[in-house]
Design a protein around this ligand. Structure first.
Ligand code: HDD
Length: 678
């Protein structure tokens, strides 16, 4: 065989002979070669040695942060509206479609930790553009803990499990985290977001994403603007309630990963709109007094609106978690012509770290050749050799200038699509210091708090009280209270109350603007695609009512799952329903609404009572058709907000359900349930 007709490895092992890595067909993989049936194994057994050796080396180091993640493939379609600010083809050309791979993650936990812990979420997007790969490595929180990347190891060491016993896993509710953030007060703004509902998203599909830093965009004429990137989920921004997050961490640690994969599988493709806030690049690197080089600050959307420039749709699950989700390597330095960096000291350090970290994680410098990392445009670099080199380079002159390869490869100027940096003047003394404009650590946290609705504020207070309540060192709690006193006296007093500590007083009230865009509570119903309605039924239930309900909500992309006392099929008259969950396998966290089908025999089965009461407590729409007795038996107040009782499944019933689902939670019910649940 010549090199040209060697078969490419397909990775597909179906319908083919099992072979060794050398391609030798195998007759047996269950028994090692032994000296007699009862004898020792023989060293000459090449299959045994290869199989065990490879297994011994199957694991690679997990990411030092963001180790736990889930990803999907998709496509980004540009609206063309960004052409006025950038020459990057994938953003500027109307209708241009660019393949993407998006990885969502938590920050602190290990690779096997639970999805629903309170944490920041990563939102990393790799655009395989025709001009090379562009990575937008963002989070679901628009600010960061630190202003300078040199502090990254500090904040991560503080947030990761404590080094003596390696507990707690995947959470910030411990002394070292609060010790650090109470001493390093530039973290306050990020901490406010993390303690808010943003720290426990309902799903990856309902998270906003932010590029955090200001980027410099360059248009076709060389004009520049500073921008902040925003991802806005079409499904709306929604969160779990704390008890749900805690239950899910035990009952279904893969809650977010499963939700993403199942939505894609069901055709409810998650979508986001990409938007930019465009600011003048006038040499000051600031906008209306906000320092754009300070990653602990936002630019309120009311001040600079977010302009939509394209749409992201995730429509394909990975086929190999390891090859794709684990081996994907994002890098903030993966830029394409038309997108440049700024002097933000956090961004500058990131430009070093992302390339460097892959050397340990992926075992050498050739990780860009892995299929998931490969650009979809031609690559013609002069990088050679190294561990795991897979390219068989031709030519003998991987250097420039050369004459032996005819002077190739040639260089690209701006007119050939080369990445030509915009000249920018840099001067100053070498100092280890921040500008004075980085000093205000409290005004924007105060703006964030005061822009939330009362229920969101209550959640924030509860989160602080929980996390600080988990700390053992009194001085740490007291110091964080002193920080909160600087943000807002009401917030501080309530947390202090919960901790049983005195609230520091005497801080001036800050006059801050309100930014309604910071609240995620909606007053108009949003889309319900991808939402799940659990319907409890038994053999006596009105199964045709379930069919009607399913038809009505399926049109909108929502799903009905039947829950019954036992698995199999339910049959009643000529109607049938497949049972998708039993009372043993169902838990309220999976559903956005829980109904009981009319005719279902009332029971006090504790699993049903728990299902209904949890859904009630978590402010989800619940309901039934028929006389409603089964809800009463479970202790549900039929007159409470968001409890839907109707004679039959009719238009009014399904409309009311869809409206309630679209509002995400029945917030009016909050005061009826104990605060510790929601
Ligand atoms: Fe980072 C991973 C997001 C600051 C160093 N980071 C990582 C990932 C996301 C972010 C989403 C996971 C990528 C993936 O899915 O593979 N990081 C951020 C954001 C930051 C930020 C939004 C602030 C605005 N990061 C930051 C700093 C440093 C790092 C300041 C170091 C100086 N981040 C890393 C890293 C990681 C990483 C060590 C670990 C795994 C990886 O890069 O590939 O290099």
């Amino acid at each position: 065989m010549t090199a040209t007709n060697v078969p490419e490895p397909t990775g597909d092992q179906r319908d083919r002979f099992l072979t060794t890595a050398q391609g030798v067909r195998l007759p047996d993989t269950d028994h090692s070669l032994k000296a007699g049936e009862r004898g020792p194994s023989l060293l000459e057994d090449f299959h045994l040695r290869e199989k065990i050796t490879h297994f011994d080396h199957e694991r690679i180091p997990e990411r030092v942060v963001h180790a736990r993640g889930a990803a999907a493939h998709g496509v980004f379609t540009a609206y063309g509206s960004a052409a006025s600010v950038t020459r990057a083809h994938f953003l500027a050309e109307k209708g241009r479609e660019t393949p993407v791979f998006v990885r969502f993650s938590t920050v602190l936990g290990s690779r096997g930790s639970a999805d629903t812990v309170r944490d920041t979420r990563g939102f990393a997007v790799k655009f395989y553009t025709e001009q090379g790969n562009f990575d937008l490595v963002g989070n679901n929180i628009p600010v960061f803990f630190i202003q300078d990347g040199i502090k990254f190891p500090d904040v991560i060491h503080a947030g990761k499990p404590q080094p003596d016993l390696e507990i707690p896993q995947a959470q910030s509710a411990h002394d070292t985290f609060w010790d650090f953030v109470s001493l390093h007060t530039e973290a306050t703004h990020h901490v406010m977001w993390a303690m808010s509902d943003r720290g426990i998203p309902r799903s990856y599909r309902t998270m906003e994403g932010f590029g955090v830093h200001a980027f410099r965009l360059v248009d076709a004429e060389g004009g520049t603007a500073l921008v902040k990137f925003h991802w806005k989920p079409v499904a709306g921004v929604h969160s779990l309630v704390w008890e749900e997050a805690q239950i899910a961490a035990g009952v279904d640690p893969d809650f977010h990963r499963r939700d993403l994969a199942e939505a894609i599988e069901a055709g409810a493709f998650p979508e986001w709109e990409l938007g930019i806030q465009v600011m003048l690049d006038d040499g000051t690197d600031s906008c209306e007094g906000i320092d754009l080089l300070d990653p602990t600050k936002i630019v309120p959307e009311e001040l600079v609106p977010v302009q939509p420039i394209g749409r992201l749709r995730l429509d394909r699950n990975p086929t190999s978690y390891f090859a794709e989700t684990e081996q994907v390597a994002f890098h903030t330095g993966n830029l394409v012509p038309g997108i440049e960096v700024t002097n933000d000291p956090l961004m500058q350090a990131r430009l070093f770290s992302y390339l460097d970290t892959q050397l340990t994680r992926l075992g050498g410098p050739n990780f860009p050749q892995l299929p998931i990392n490969r650009p979809h445009c031609p690559v013609n670099d002069m990088l050679r050799d190294g561990m795991h080199q897979t390219v068989v380079h031709t030519g003998i002159a991987p250097y420039r200038p050369n004459s032996l390869d005819g002077g190739a490869p040639v260089l690209a100027g701006a007119q050939d699509g080369g990445y030509v940096q915009t000249p920018r003047r840099i001067e100053g003394n070498a100092v280890r210091a921040n500008p004075a404009s980085f000093e205000d650590h409290f005004s924007q946290p105060a703006m964030f708090y005061r822009s939330l609705t009362p229920i969101e504020r209550a959640h924030l207070v509860e989160a602080f009280t929980f996390e600080l309540g988990k700390c053992c060192v009194q001085a740490v709690k007291e110091r964080e209270l002193a920080v909160l006193a600087q943000v807002d006296a009401e917030l501080c007093a309530q947390v202090a109350d919960g901790l049983g500590l005195p609230a520091p007083t005497g801080q001036p009230v800050r006059a801050v603007p309100i930014s309604p865009a910071l609240s995620q509570v909606v007053t108009e119903p949003g889309p319900v695609a991808g939402r799940r309605i659990g319907v409890v039924a038994d053999a006596a239930a009105d199964l045709s009512g379930i069919t009607k309900l399913r038809k009505a909500v399926q049109k909108l992309g929502a799903e009905v799952l039947v829950i019954a006392p036992a698995g199999g099929m339910l049959k009643h008259g000529r109607s049938e329903q497949v049972v998708e969950r039993t009372l043993l396998t169902a838990r309220s966290i999976e559903f956005d609404a829980v109904l009981v089908a009319g005719g279902t025999v009332p029971t006090r089965d504790i699993k049903l009572v728990l299902l209904l009461q949890e859904a009630f407590r978590h402010l989800k729409p619940i309901g039934t058709w028929g006389d409603g007795e089964i809800l009463l038996e479970a202790g549900i107040d039929l007159d409470a907000p968001g409890v839907l009782v109707a004679g039959a499944v009719d238009r009014a019933f399904t409309d009311a359900l869809v409206t309630a689902l679209g509002l995400h939670r029945v917030w009016d019910r909050a005061e009826l349930v104990t605060s510790s649940a929601v």
